[in-house]
Design a protein around this ligand. Structure first.
Ligand SMILES: [Zn+2]
Ligand SMILES: [Zn+2]
Length: 186
């Protein structure tokens, strides 16, 4: 048999073990730093941070595996970005208008709700663009809206002109059934 180089094999084993333990210690310390930085990106809770660091300090590689399983899935930055995205989505939903009667989605330029026929806007007499009922002038062509003609029928009714109003009513009653009956025949 040949001589063991550099003394006895026990000395060599001791040297190898020393190198391995230094190597392990460097990895250990690095892992602790890594976990410390990682957990600070994921939570602001100091207890969580301390427990995570202690886990790797006491458990080394198995402790690091446990940390990787149990750590919060998202970093604080990711959570913040996600909350911003959700806010943007909610903002988009808010921007889409809803029908005041049936709460279904309607577009900004709808004159009536297509689902329940509620009047939403009125067309401008100048340019035809949809106008809010509260506006007194068209913002697109600057034309003023015609004055609202609701009080006139009430005034004529108060004057006691019942002959014409009764006549109109009769005309409406006579006309409407024929309009209703026509579509099924054709
Ligand atoms: Zn509606
Ligand atoms: Zn207009």
């Amino acid at each position: 048999m040949f001589d063991w180089p550099g003394g006895t094999w026990q000395d060599t084993l001791r040297l190898v073990l020393a190198v391995l333990s230094i190597y392990g210690a460097i990895i250990w310390v690095s892992l602790i730093f890594w976990v410390f930085r990682d957990i600070r990106q994921r939570t602001r809770d100091p207890v969580m941070q301390l427990v995570s660091v202690l886990l790797v300090l006491a458990g080394f590689l198995p402790g690091h595996c446990v940390y990787l399983i149990l750590r919060p899935r998202q970093t604080l930055t990711e959570l913040y970005e996600r909350s911003l995205e959700e806010e943007a989505i909610l903002q988009d939903l808010d921007d889409q208008k809803a029908c005041p009667a049936c709460r279904r989605r309607v577009r900004e330029d709808f004159l009536i709700c297509p689902s329940c026929l509620t009047n939403l806007k009125e067309p401008c007499i100048g340019c035809g663009k949809p106008l809010d009922y509260g506006w007194i002038s068209c913002p697109y062509c600057a034309r003023e809206k015609a004055p609202v003609a609701i009080p006139e029928p009430a005034a004529s009714h108060l004057e006691g002109d019942q002959a014409t109003s009764g006549h109109e009513l009769g005309g409406l009653v006579r006309r409407s059934p024929s309009l209703e009956r026509r579509p099924p025949e054709s």
